[in-house]
Design a protein around this ligand. Structure first.
Ligand code: NAD
Ligand code: GLY
Length: 364
């Protein structure tokens, strides 16, 4: 088992990584609990595979639990989902000192984290991420949210978990498409500031996606260490450090909006195409070499991720896509900060490029 720490002073917390950890969760949870009782929240797909083994491991430590199984899918991260979950937690008699377990992907993690930030003015929660996206990104860092009709993740809070337990063996049951979407977020860490890791992705990404367990471990541990470092340096995204995690997200956000935030294009798939566009836009503006942009495109294409507007299934014009970007919640003072790059692993935040230039680039 590998152990990392997110360094946030008195709110620091461990991240444990190891195959089979779900089956020994009880040992890691027991020392945190004020009373031998917890609540598990999950979705129906994940419950089929992992609720029983997790429950059994809690039972072995004398911890009683109740469980709440939600509908899988993004629609669960909603006002309705939040209302059902918070009412269930209150009905279960949740106390402020309790630790609620979020067992699932980013949808469950974001929803449970937000519910735990507000129920009884805040209780603790533990992230047990079961998708690659959640294991390398969303389970760490305390961003929690629900979606509302006006947009994704618009209602939320920063609320850090007390513990993150990553069991990479859970990826064995994850559909290949979701694995690919999570892999885009792995590649992102190389492109942000770690060119050597991008080279590792080029060499080992295909094996990881084919199920190579050593490659999965290396990618998860490396990515989550990068995320922990970034969150420790800029927890609330006020210093243009955490903002770098949005590489590919502004372009990707336009593609997700255009495809209706639906199964037509998963979040990680939109990020993949968005990262290519961010590199190509940087090259078109003389910031980075065209060869670097092509390297990024070629790698994502080689693992069957969207790498262009067409392969993302989008044929809208530049003006339409730029209009979606203008609604991004990162807009400040009317300007959208873009994450651009000077080359592989040299990303930076800038407000120097207006959306008119982005629209013209997307039409070219
Ligand atoms: P998800 O939670 O919807 O999971 C994808 C699918 O995989 C679901 O059908 C789920 O039931 C299923 N699943 C999960 N684990 C499984 C397993 N081990 N075996 C079989 N099936 C499994 O999607 P996601 O991609 O994990 O998360 C997407 C969400 O994460 C979005 O809402 C996004 O906004 C959010 N997100 C949050 C952050 C953050 O920092 N908080 C960062 C990135 C993304
Ligand atoms: N996934 C973006 C962040 O955690 O900041």
């Amino acid at each position: 088992m590998q152990k990392l720490t997110v360094e946030l002073g008195t709110r620091s917390y461990p991240i444990l990584i190891g195959d089979g950890l779900i089956r020994s969760m009880g040992q890691h949870v027991a020392p945190l609990l004020k009373r031998p009782r917890t609540m598990i929240v999950t979705d129906a797909h994940v419950a089929d595979h992992y609720l029983a083994p997790l429950g059994a491991s809690l039972g072995m430590e004398g911890i009683s639990f109740s469980s709440f199984v939600l509908e899988p899918g993004e629609a669960t991260k909603s006002w309705a989902g939040l209302a059902r979950l918070t009412e269930w937690l209150i009905g279960e008699g949740v106390e402020r000192g309790d630790h609620v377990i979020a067992l699932g992907g980013g949808v469950i993690g974001d929803l449970v984290g937000f519910a735990c930030s507000i129920v009884k003015r805040g209780c603790n929660f533990i992230q047990v991420p079961t998708t690659l996206l959640a294991q390398v990104d969303s389970s760490v860092g305390g961003k929690t949210a629900i979606n509302v009709p006006a947009g994704k993740n618009l209602i939320g809070a920063f609320h850090q978990p007390a513990l993150v337990v990553i069991d990479p063996a859970t990826l064995e049951t994850l559909p290949r498409r979701d694995l690919g979407a999570g892999y885009a977020e792995v590649v992102k860490y190389g492109l942000i500031d770690d060119p050597e890791f991008f080279g590792w992705c080029e060499a080992h990404g295909a094996a990881l996606l084919a199920g190579d367990s050593a490659a999965r471990h290396k990618a998860i541990a490396h990515s989550v260490a990068a995320k922990a470092r970034i969150v420790a340096a800029d927890e609330r995204e006020t210093q243009d450090i955490r903002a770098l995690l949005n590489l590919g997200h502004s372009f990707g956000h336009a593609l997700e909006a255009e495809t209706g935030y639906s199964d037509r294009l998963l979040h990680g798939e939109a990020v993949a195409a968005g990262m290519v566009l961010a590199h190509q836009f940087s090259a078109a503006n003389g910031l980075c070499a065209a060869e670097d942009a092509e390297r990024v495109r070629a790698h994502l294409a080689s693992v069957d991720l969207p790498h262009s507007l067409a392969s993302a299934g989008v044929n809208a014009d530049g003006r339409t896509l730029a209009a979606h970007m203008a609604h991004d919640k990162k807009v400040r003072g009317g300007k959208l900060p873009l994450i651009l790059t000077r080359g592989i692993g040299q990303s930076f935040v800038t407000e120097d490029y207006g959306l008119d230039r982005v629209a013209a680039f997307l039409d070219a």
